[in-house]
Design a protein around this ligand. Sequence first.
Ligand SMILES: Cc1cc2nc3c(=O)[nH]c(=O)nc-3n(C[C@H](O)[C@H](O)[C@H](O)COP(=O)(O)OP(=O)(O)OC[C@H]3O[C@@H](n4cnc5c(N)ncnc54)[C@H](O)[C@@H]3O)c2cc1C
Length: 397
Amino acid sequence: MIEKYDVIVAGGGPAGLAAARAVASEGGKVLLLELQAQIGGQTQSVSWVPNDLITSKLRRAVVIRLREVKLHSPHKELTARGDFGAIVDRRQFDKLLAAEAAASGAELWLSAPTKELLTSNGAVCGVLIEAGDWSDRIEGEVVIDATGARGEWSSLFIRKVMRDGWQRERLAFSNEYLMANVKDEKSAEIIFTSYFAPKGHAWIYPLGKGFAMAGIQGVRIHPDVALDEFIGKQAPPRLTGAVPVAAFRSQLPLEGPLNQTCADGIITVGGAAGQIYPLSGQGLRYALRCGELAGKVAVDAVTDGDVSKERLSEYERDWKAEFGFDFKVGGLLQSSLSVSQDQKMNAILHILEGKPRLQHAFIGVFTSFNLKDSLCVLLKNDEIARVFGREAVEALR
Ligand SMILES: Cc1cc2nc3c(=O)[nH]c(=O)nc-3n(C[C@H](O)[C@H](O)[C@H](O)COP(=O)(O)OP(=O)(O)OC[C@H]3O[C@@H](n4cnc5c(N)ncnc54)[C@H](O)[C@@H]3O)c2cc1C
């Protein structure tokens, strides 16, 4: 029997869960399909998020509040103090989002990989799910592709609608180790060096009780080798004697979002749409809000009886109006700072030394947590503006 929904969401990460919740909250019949056997099954790591993302319901996922961030370049390091948001456990965070979506009325299926999009007269009208011997065709007025950005199962929209794959060179590679026996400091550390993280950075996020997450992201690297190099020869002293007890591999698109994010009967959102801040790879905030926008537009379009690309492009206008600036700034700064990366980061850290307000502004721009205000502060400093480069600064202004 063919089942029918108003909206089918492929992918149970933050973007898909936010979309499913929005549809259900507006009274739409929505089914969310997750490839893995558990929500949060693919992302078992931790994320650094701004305070405003942590609603009372999501507070249980907070591992640690960040009051200190250490910045490193090849020849300089400094420590900034203040309120820098929190580290959340993604296994728990994503499950709490799932609880909210289900409480709103969304139906969630686990171990249900979306294999294909079903189409009729060129418009998407459902999905084929397939797992082992089991397969099922499910009809939906709108399909929301929230499958993330990492591999053969994901990015249905790009593969089937745009008929293009994620090109490997468009993806940054990222590896992380959960480290045990870490000297227990409470600071997050961000390490900028082209030696093992070209066009990227490495990080250590404190988790307490002797644990920390050490990670690295960059382009044209072998992430296993680069991460081993980082935790071996190059790591800050707190990792001396620490050992990896879990490994996580992932990819993320840092080229900015897709320009086209909807077609007849389909919307793409979150990592699948490239909605990730190019400078640092932050994406949770964008996934959650863009998922919400996608769900709202999808359910309204179904109610209106018009799920054409034109109708669904309201979603595209909405997310571009809200976040187009962020992705533009992140892209410009990423391009500017990845040329002569080491010299520029050395210069920036020298300029930031002894200037707490400027340090906060740099971290605000790097993370995108407080982008507009932080960027204003940074660009008022002529030395920083010179490091970013005239072209970038003109475009930013
Ligand atoms: C190493 C790393 C570190 C990061 N650190 C941060 C950070 O500190 N702060 C921050 O804000 N952001 C961070 N991000 C980015 C953030 O994780 C993403 O922006 C966010 O997870 C995107 O959410 P999503 O729902 O679009 O995709 P995902 O979280 O990738 O979820 C996609 C879901 O779809 C499922 N799926 C895939 N294919 C199918 C299919 N065919 N059928 C059904 N289900 C499918 C997957 O199993 C998965 O559950 C980081 C990313 C990486 C890779």
